[in-house]
Ligand binder design. Sequence first.
Ligand SMILES: *Cc1c(COP(=O)(O)O)cnc(C)c1O
Length: 374
Amino acid sequence: MSVASYNQISINNSALQHNYCLLKSRVGEDVRILAMVKADAYGHGMIEAASAFYEAGCRDFGVAEIDEGVRLRNSGMQGNIYIFLGFIASEVSLFFDYELVPVLYDIASAKVLSDEAIKRDTRISVHVKIDCGMTRLGVFPEAFDDFLSELKENPGIKLAGLASHFPKADEWESSQTLEQFKAFESVLASQEFGFQSIKHTANSGGILYFPQTHCDMVRAGIALYGYYPDGVSGREIERGDLLQPAMEFTTQVIQVKTVPAGVGVSYGHTYITETETTIAVLPVGYEDGLSRSLSNRGYVLIHGKRAKIIGRICMNLCMVDVSRMDNVKIGDRVTILGTQKDDGISGDEIAAWMGSISYEVLCLFGNNNERKCI
Ligand SMILES: *Cc1c(COP(=O)(O)O)cnc(C)c1O
């Protein structure tokens, strides 16, 4: 049984496909796009989003953990599914049963995979992550020679790809990305296998701002969902076609009340009315992804106008000031993320109020509310 919620996330599939095609036109025919669909496709729904990208031509998909890859494969998804966060040794058989591609960052997991491959009388294709300055997962360039000789002692492994990840590709003025890319290239140059395996380094920032780093494949995340990795400034400097945000978050007013000056609102009375104030109560709280840090800071749209969040955001409720609006009533549509009439509130704007980035806003909203595709 499905019961409707007041709160509704809608995902615009044609915006997702527009973004895929726009990025494809930027990287060119010869460069594959790996769609990062981790975190339930940044809140957009992993299976639905991956299907939209597949329809637009995508054949490579990235997730964090094996269970996501298994779910995606079980949905009937074809193409390559890459697991970026390694695995627990006891789960190794899933790579074979579900044809998943591990992205390796240590030799111990290579051994586990190789042994399983030999047991099954096969070989498994793996990609290897090189840490050229992210200081996260990956083998350091100076340790790579040793890593490789050890890898060669594992006959069940076939090295199919080499990857690296940039920490600052969203900063187009920074020279660091190209320096790190050089480090990646020099690791490759010293190896005879270099030309046989697929190379990939670029995230959305790399795709948009560092075309030199595109290699054979790029890993697109936030841009596929319609946002620039550097936020509003990225959108402003764009001179070509714009990425289109695909997510909207709407709810409705569930009570309206007018109180005199001097009345405290919500837990802790952190907001005291200055004059007579009309308040709309909304069934959205931090449990629905509306961060408590937006208390007394954020806005929503009602009747095409901005209403400020007043008082603390509760678990399932928040209050907004609708004093300057005519006749707000129960059931009126409220837009938390998206557009109404001539105004719009973007993930970048909400992120700025929270001191965060659009990525987090999309995950919070999308992964905590009922979604529908439009
Ligand atoms: C999430 C992720 C990406 C995508 O990053 P965006 O900035 O969202 O484009 C690319 N590569 C790796 C390894 C990632 O974890």
